[in-house]
Design a protein around this ligand. Structure first.
Ligand SMILES: *[C@@H]1O[C@H](CO)[C@@H](O)[C@H](O)[C@H]1NC(C)=O
Length: 279
C-alpha cells in the first residue's frame, strides 16, 4: 500500500467508526449469542436479534465489552398472545460474584389480553431486593418500543419510550452502596419463570404456544469510550423528569419495595425519599 492510500484507508476507517458510534451498534459486532443452542439468532446484518424459549431451553446474548457507566438503549418486541410464565430481559451486570452490581429490566408475560409487567431491580455490592414493578401503558407485543438505562456516577435512570419511570440515586452519603467501580456487560435473555413470574407462580406457562419469541433491535451503547458529547454522564433529574416519574408511580406502579412492610425493614434510601418528598 502506498502512503497516500494508507492514509485514505485509515481515514475512512475512522469515519466509519464515528458513524457507527452515532447510529445503532451492530449485534454481530458488539454481542454474542451465548446461550440457547441456536435459539438465539442475529438477522438483518446485525440489527435484529430473536431470542426463543421452548420447553427445553431459553436463550440469551451478552455484550462483548464491559462498560463502566453509559447509556444503553434497545428496542424490544415481546412475546405475543399467551406469554404467561415467560420472562424476557434486558439488563446490565458485572461479573458474577457475591458483591456484583446489576440493573434489571425484566418483562413478565401474561395471559392473552392482560398487561405485561415490567419488573425492575438494582443490585449494589451483591444486595438487591429493590424491586419496583410497573404495568405498561401500551401493548409491548404489537410494536417495538424503546427501553433505556442511563448509568452515571450520580444515579441510575430507567426509561420506557424515553419516559423516566425509575431513578435510583447515589445515596452513598447515607451509607447505601452504589454501583460505581465494577464494569458491567449488557445482557438480553428469555427464560421460563413459571415458578415465579405470573402472579407469583399461580399461572403456569402454556407450552402449547411454544416456541416463544422476543425481538431486539437498534441496540445502542454510549459509553466512556464513545466519541462525541456524553450528555448521559451528567444527566440529572429535571422538573419534567420528576413529573414523569410521579406520573409513572401514580398510574403504573404496581409494586414498590419501599412500601412493602411484609418483606423489608424500610431501606435508608426509601426514608430519604419520603422525607424530601421528591418522589
Ligand atoms: C397479569 O394481568 C393481571 C390482570 O389480568 C394483573 O393483575 C397482573 O399483575 C398481570 N401481570 C402478571 C405478571 O401477572
Amino acid at each position: 500500500m502506498g502512503n497516500g492510500v494508507a492514509v485514505i484507508f485509515l481515514f475512512s476507517l475512522l469515519l466509519a467508526r464515528s458513524f457507527l458510534a452515532a447510529s445503532a451498534d451492530n449485534f454481530n459486532q458488539d454481542v454474542g449469542v451465548t446461550w440457547g443452542d441456536g435459539r438465539g439468532q442475529i438477522f438483518n446484518g446485525g440489527n435484529l436479534i430473536s431470542l426463543t424459549l421452548d420447553k427445553i431451553s431459553g436463550s440469551g446474548f451478552q455484550s462483548k465489552n464491559e462498560y463502566l457507566f453509559g447509556r444503553f438503549d434497545v428496542q424490544m418486541k415481546l412475546v405475543p398472545r399467551n406469554s404467561a410464565g415467560t420472562v424476557t430481559t434486558f439488563y446490565l451486570s458485572s461479573d458474577p460474584s457475591p458483591t456484583h452490581d446489576e440493573i434489571d429490566l425484566e418483562f413478565l408475560g401474561n395471559l392473552s389480553g392482560s398487561p405485561y409487567t415490567v419488573h425492575t431491580n438494582v443490585y449494589t455490592q451483591g444486595k438487591g431486593n429493590r424491586e419496583q414493578e410497573f404495568d405498561l401503558w401500551f401493548d409491548p407485543t404489537k410494536d417495538f418500543h424503546t427501553y433505556s438505562i442511563i448509568w452515571n456516577p450520580q444515579r441510575i435512570i430507567i426509561y420506557v419510550d424515553y419516559i423516566p419511570i425509575r431513578v435510583f440515586e447515589n445515596e452513598e452519603a447515607i451509607g447505601v452502596p452504589f454501583a460505581k467501580s465494577q464494569p458491567m456487560r449488557v445482557y438480553g435473555t428469555i427464560w421460563d419463570g413459571e415458578q415465579w413470574a405470573t402472579r407469583g407462580g399461580q399461572v403456569k406457562t402454556d407450552w402449547s404456544g411454544a416456541p416463544f419469541t422476543a425481538y431486539y433491535r437498534n441496540f445502542n451503547v454510549q459509553s466512556a469510550n464513545s466519541v462525541g458529547n456524553k450528555p448521559w454522564l451528567t444527566r440529572g433529574i429535571t422538573t419534567k423528569d420528576r413529573n414523569w416519574l410521579r406520573w409513572a408511580k401514580r398510574n403504573h406502579m404496581i409494586y414498590n419495595y419501599c412500601t412493602d412492610r411484609n418483606r423489608h425493614t424500610p431501606r435508608p434510601e426509601c426514608h430519604r425519599r419520603r422525607k424530601s418528598r421528591s418522589l
